[in-house]
Design a protein around this ligand. Structure first.
Ligand SMILES: NC(=O)c1ccc[n+]([C@@H]2O[C@H](COP(=O)([O-])OP(=O)(O)OC[C@H]3O[C@@H](n4cnc5c(N)ncnc54)[C@H](OP(=O)(O)O)[C@@H]3O)[C@@H](O)[C@H]2O)c1
Length: 246
């Protein structure tokens, strides 16, 4: 099926974020007509039903992504990351592509192992729990697609740049393992799965690396730290690397 001819209008939530600001121009280049939304257009943090502009497919990126903020503002995290998916599932007829996260897993795997699409989620922080809540709504319609990836990076890593420009020390965990994917590769995969019209759960793994070693390739002055010694580290699963078997 030529999905581009039949399903040309794409709604992107979270269009102003890191992924959205890279994905929207990429989709437009592919010939799709894209409507991008930020929190100024639709605010998912209000606990009330949300209705959407009519498009053929929605790529749902909007989220509260800061792990510590999610712990401090649990209801807001559940509304933005979880309930938003209920409004999309039940208040629209659009096929949903939902970008989820490796944080739905507890990270208790040995470093040599990785989570497949068939692994059972067991999140240990409210970011992961709220994203899993979102997944469970999205799953209610068979045509929907849940994509899970680990850490996304570009030519720079936005949060490292922010710490450096704020004059803060950049710490990175020597005891954590993640799957890292470049934003361009992620956008390629999203476009591919959009065209192939796939559904269900799909992992987009990228490269598996120790967090300290990865950050060091970008920012040599990073300091190694053990997870149990920081608030953020204690909330972060140890090994959430992903692999795809479907
Ligand atoms: N970045 C990663 O490494 C990574 C890894 C795995 C999965 N993901 C998932 O990928 C998606 C995109 O991540 P990202 O890195 O692009 O996030 P981001 O840069 O933090 O952007 C978040 C986006 O969500 C919007 N948003 C925040 N609160 C909202 C609200 N209350 N109502 C409506 N929109 C709201 C923001 O709009 P404003 O600009 O108006 O605030 C922004 O467009 C998320 O679903 C995240 O869970 C990201």
């Amino acid at each position: 099926m030529n999905i581009l001819k039949e399903k040309n209008k794409i709604l992107v939530t979270g269009a102003s974020g890191f992924v959205g600001s890279n994905l929207v121009p990429r989709l437009e280049k592919e010939g799709y007509t894209v409507t991008g939304l930020s929190s100024k257009d639709i605010d998912f943090s209000e606990i009330k039903p949300v209705y959407f502009p009519k498009c053929d497919i929605v790529i749902h990126l909007a989220a509260m992504t800061n792990i510590i903020k999610c712990e401090k503002e649990i209801i807001k995290a559940l509304a933005i990351n979880g309930l938003s998916c209920a409004w999309l599932t039940f208040n629209s007829n659009m096929k949903i592509i939902y970008l989820s996260t490796d944080q739905v897993f507890d990270g208790e795997f040995l470093p040599k192992n990785s989570y497949t699409e068939y692994a059972i989620p067991n999140p240990i922080n409210w970011y992961g729990k709220s994203k899993l809540m979102g997944e469970n709504f999205i799953k209610q319609r068979e045509e929907n697609l849940i994509l899970r990836c680990g850490k996304i990076y570009g030519d720079k890593i936005p949060w490292v740049d922010k710490l450096v420009s704020d004059g803060k020390q950049v710490y990175s965990y020597i005891d954590q393992t993640r799957s890292y994917i470049h934003i361009d590769e992620l956008c390629d995969k999203i476009v591919l799965y959009l065209k192939d019209d796939i559904s269900g759960i799909k992992h987009i793994p990228g490269v598996k690396m120790n967090r300290y070693n990865f950050i060091k390739t970008y920012y040599f002055a990073t300091k190694p730290v053990v997870s149990s010694t920081t608030e953020h580290g204690k909330l972060s699963p140890l090994n959430t690397s992903l692999r795809s078997v479907r």
